[in-house]
Design a protein around this ligand. Structure first.
Ligand code: HEC
Ligand code: HEC
Length: 443
């Protein structure tokens, strides 16, 4: 017994960062769930956390400025700070009052040729004039690129018990295009800023833990396949399993953070050393440069990465046992995996397999990224889903483009590999549907 007690305390001593063995280090019942640091950080790690937090939150300014520490914004950009699209580290909304919100990012591409360099490194081919993303803002001398408009048509889904739900199907168009017309084959993919929950825990999963749920050719014949995306890592200059973004095309939090500085804010890092101007955007190319060659030096990027990897996840408290059973019986759990084991033997409950699934034609964005085809999306995590609205202080928009106004609507958009699960949900009576949804709110 004594020996056991001794070895346990040794484990506790060695447990720094996320290498803790106890869920209480990384879960919290707090209303401010998404902004709390994991509770086992060393003093030095707390310093990194605070530094990262400050660079995630501070507004950047355009060059030249009196404050060289945070200038270099743009020349083309969507927002001047990370937190504005990920409020309280949670998710963005479709609308800001009556206007389409800047949280809605427009990714641009043209059909892939699969041979060019940008395809090899980004998994798609950017539009020639506007690049990989539409910039809603420009600095003083540089016109913004354009704006996004959304129109909705109704779509009706009727449950077996006769109740009908009206869904809103979006169609997108761009206006005020300041650099001429888009390529006639341009593909417009609209994505709302996702919540940043449990990112560090997801990075602690071994590839094998994710790959064991792959079933690309549906050998077990359950209608659900699931495949990992294999993507370029700009940090390692090789190909790795993709874990982050809607099509799982970013392998690490650091990679996605550098890409966000580049695409969303026009800030350079050692990984993306050039501003996001295309060859024909002369004013963008000739805009005033900041004094420092790189806007975000490595130690700041690393601090932001550290910060995002060491945030707590909301503590789950399951009382809805019947809803929990329905979640498994309806095969929701076949994609929204309840349990995964990290490298350091933590059992985590993200309710995602981090794999890509065909979700049907209506959710298609027409665009491929590496192995992900247009209809395929990474299963989103569900942990803490009920805390989103507390974090942002308003109703939440669900799915990649925020078209669902509730968990119920999100389920009704499921199709493709998830069609059987959705049909089974539609056959439930109202009481059971509510039990299932109430269970999801407890995650
Ligand atoms: C203009 C809005 C906007 C800004 C500003 C923004 N993001 Fe994001 N963020 C997004 C969108 C949209 C996605 C999804 C991208 C995709 O699927 O291609 C995303 C995805 C992410 C992800 C992946 C999350 C996941 O679970 O897959 C991380 C990490 C992230 N952003 C970090 C940052 C950081 C760090 C900054 C600041 C440097 C930042 N973001 C600024 C809109 C934004
Ligand atoms: C074949 C895999 C699969 C199955 C089965 C499945 N889902 Fe999903 N689920 C997804 C994917 C992928 C998305 C994201 C789609 C998108 O954003 O367009 C999603 C999105 C969601 C969302 C919205 C999350 C968010 O943050 O926007 C909820 C809630 C959800 N699913 C619940 C369920 C429930 C309940 C069931 C069972 C009735 C179920 N899912 C079955 C793959 C699946």
């Amino acid at each position: 017994m004594k020996i056991l007690a001794f070895s346990l305390s040794l484990v506790a001593l060695c447990a720094t960062g996320l290498n803790a063995f106890n869920t209480k280090y990384y879960t919290t019942p707090s209303k401010k769930a998404f902004i709390k640091p994991t509770s086992n950080l060393s003093n030095e790690e707390i310093d990194s956390f605070i530094l990262g937090k400050s660079f995630f939150r501070i507004p950047w300014v355009e060059a030249p400025s009196a404050t060289t520490a945070r200038d270099g914004l743009g020349p083309l950009f969507n927002s001047n700070t990370c937190i504005s699209c990920h409020p309280n580290n949670a998710l963005g909304s479709v609308y800001n009052k009556n206007n389409v919100s800047r949280h809605m990012v427009v990714r641009l591409s043209i059909p892939n040729s699969k041979t060019n360099d940008s395809y090899k490194k980004m998994g798609f081919t950017p539009e020639a004039v506007y690049g990989a993303q539409l910039s809603l803002n420009g600095t003083r001398s540089v016109p913004f690129e354009g704006k996004l408009a959304i129109k909705y048509t109704n779509k009706y889904e009727t449950y077996k018990d006769g109740q009908t739900v009206v869904l809103s199907k979006p169609t997108y168009s761009l206006y005020d295009l300041n650099y001429g017309p888009l390529d006639k084959n341009a593909i417009i993919s609209v994505r709302k800023a996702p919540p940043l929950v449990g990112l560090g825990l997801l990075e602690l999963l071994d590839d094998e833990e994710i790959l064991k749920n792959e079933d690309e050719n549906d050998i077990n014949n359950d209608g659900i396949s699931g495949k990992a995306n294999i993507v370029y890592s700009i940090i390692h200059d090789d190909y790795r399993l993709g874990r982050y973004t809607y099509k799982a095309s970013a392998p690490t939090v650091k990679h996605q953070s550098a890409a966000a500085f580049h695409n969303d804010m026009g800030l350079t890092t050692s990984y993306f050393p050039n501003d996001n101007c295309t060859k024909t955007q002369i004013k963008c190319l000739s805009a005033p440069k900041p004094r420092d060659a790189i806007d975000v030096p490595d130690y700041r990027l690393e601090a932001v990465d550290f910060y995002l990897r060491h945030l707590k996840v909301p503590k789950m408290k399951i009382t809805q046992k019947e809803g929990q059973k329905l979640f498994t019986d309806l095969a929701c759990a076949s994609c929204h995996t309840p349990k995964l084991k990290t490298k350091n033997n933590l059992i985590i409950s993200p309710y995602s397999d981090l794999l890509l699934h065909d979700m049907g034609e209506e959710l298609s964005d027409g665009r491929s990224e590496f192995k992900a085809n247009p209809r395929e999306w990474r299963t989103p995590t569900l942990w803490g889903i009920e805390s989103y609205s507390k974090a942002i202080g308003k109703r939440v928009d669900f799915l990649h483009d925020g078209r669902a106004k509730s968990i119920e609507e999100a389920i009704l958009w499921h199709n493709g590999e998830a069609k059987n699960a959705k049909d089974a949900f539609m056959n439930l009576d109202k009481e059971k549907r509510e039990k299932l949804i109430n269970f999801i709110k407890e995650l």
